[in-house]
Design a protein around this ligand. Structure first.
Ligand SMILES: *Cc1c(COP(=O)(O)O)cnc(C)c1O
Length: 222
């Protein structure tokens, strides 16, 4: 199946209000260009250096989403162009994003990553801590970030009931915090769902799905 064909097939199943992030990590820019030429403009990468390299050579109307774990010392490399950072999991990281965004005279949109999976290996904040953070004074002082929603990754399992439970939990957290008001709070985005589970995520209330292998084919890490 061609990238164009895969994209059109997936897009035809998405409700209008759901945004598709094409996850292009590990893939060559020729593959990204194939997606671009079929109309895709939002791409997700999980390594900052790789995203910077691709940003340098790809068309400038692309919106780049950082979907991976972010190391604070690398924020500066993407602060000039990144459109949305999905994996924010601490106040320390938010402060660094704010500082780097200020240098570029930008406001950077961020999602708080909530830990919803059972495994320890997944990054993210406990839901209660995230709620506290969103209500805190410390957030209001960060003028160069906007908190625009939540992100989560379900457990890597074939057990769809478990995944559904995790998605529903994240949706319930989202429903609670999305009513919060603040100068840099506008929690509209619920980023959940990947190739294996995005239809279920949408049923559970996702507004943004991050789909990689179903568009670009399996990744080769060698
Ligand atoms: C790789 C990745 C995806 C996409 O995974 P696929 O199963 O290939 O769709 C989505 N979200 C995150 C955070 C990822 O790292």
């Amino acid at each position: 199946m061609s990238i164009n064909h895969n994209l059109q097939r997936i897009k035809s199943t998405l409700p209008d209000k759901v945004t598709l992030v094409a996850v292009s990590k590990t893939k060559p820019t020729s593959d990204l260009m194939a997606a671009y030429d079929s109309g895709q403009r939002i791409f997700g990468e999980n390594k900052i250096q790789e995203m910077v390299d691709k940003h340098d050579v790809m068309p400038k109307d692309i919106k780049w989403h950082m979907i991976g774990h972010v190391q604070r010392n690398k924020v500066k490399y993407m602060a000039g162009f990144v459109d949305l950072i999905h994996g924010v999991d601490s106040l320390r990281l938010l402060k660094e994003i704010n500082k780097q965004a200020e240098k570029h005279n930008r406001v950077i949109d961020c999602l708080l990553q909530i830990k919803i999976a059972k495994e320890d290996s997944k990054f993210g904040m406990d839901a209660e801590l995230a709620e506290e953070l969103l209500k805190s004074k410390a957030i209001e002082e960060l003028k160069n970030i906007k908190l625009s929603g939540l992100m989560g990754m379900a457990t890597f399992t074939d057990n769809m009931d478990q995944i559904e439970g995790e998605f529903k939990f994240l949706k319930s957290v989202f429903d609670k915090v999305s009513t919060l008001k603040g100068t840099n709070l506008d929690l509209q985005i619920l980023s959940m769902g990947m190739s294996g589970d995005y239809p279920l995520a949408i049923e559970c209330g996702s507004t943004m799905v991050r789909v990689g292998s179903s568009i670009f084919g399996a990744r080769n890490y060698n």
